[in-house]
Design a protein around this ligand. Structure first.
Ligand code: DGI
Ligand code: FE
Ligand code: FE
Length: 190
């Protein structure tokens, strides 16, 4: 599918607010790609479809992941809407939307938790998802937006730090990968 078709498809399957978030993410992905010398089309594609499995219920996500032989950890089984929509999204990107580029698929797969040693495209999607213009109720968001245009690793360090703080304050379950991402980028930023 070309990017216009991807946009139309996302508009038809996602809620209005989730679609607006996806378009916002696409736009920030494009800008960051331009600044950091990444392929702008790849970044835009990753941005528009990153939440393509976000409309499913928790039970449906578990069912679909099992059908696709994706291993489900205990934490993922307890928070499927947060932690499985990215994994299944990568599968859908390939199977439903014909995206074969491994870097785009990895960016989608890890856009919620991040991971250590992300590629430049993975970093761009991870950050764009957090700072796109429709996200406003986030602590220090304008500061993080400024940093994102100067230093990708530092932006990831701050985002993962805030995410862990947010998850702890809500007694939420933390995926080990979220913590590993934070530890890795703290080290990178020393
Ligand atoms: O799908 P979006 O809402 O656009 O964004 P996302 O895929 O980055 O998901 C963000 C949510 O996921 C946010 O509320 C924080 C949460 N999250 C990130 N890491 C973890 C997590 N939730 C849990 N339970 N555990 C994690 O490790
Ligand atoms: Fe997401
Ligand atoms: Fe998102």
């Amino acid at each position: 599918m070309n990017i216009d078709d991807l946009r139309k498809n996302m508009k038809s399957i996602l809620s209005d607010s989730r679609y607006r978030h996806s378009v916002g993410t696409e736009e920030v992905c494009f800008d960051l790609a331009l600044i950091y010398g990444e392929d702008t089309l790849k970044a835009s594609i990753a941005g528009i479809i990153h939440d393509c499995a976000r409309y499913l219920t928790g039970d449906e996500l578990i069912e679909e992941c099992e059908r696709n032989n994706i291993m489900i950890s205990d934490v993922e089984r307890k928070r499927p809407h947060l932690l499985l929509h990215s994994k299944l999204g990568a599968i859908y990107a390939k199977e439903k939307y014909g995206i074969m580029d491994e870097d785009i698929l990895k960016a989608i797969e890890f856009h919620t938790t991040g991971r250590p040693a992300m590629s430049r495209l993975e970093k761009i999607l991870y950050i764009a998802d957090y700072i796109e213009p429709n996200r406003n109720m986030i602590q220090s968001i304008d500061y993080i937006r400024e940093i994102a245009y100067q230093d990708l690793d530092e932006a990831i360090r701050i985002i993962t730090k805030q995410t862990l703080e947010y998850l702890s304050s809500n007694i939420n379950l933390i995926d080990p990968l979220t913590k590993e991402t934070y530890d890795y980028y703290v080290n990178q930023c020393k």
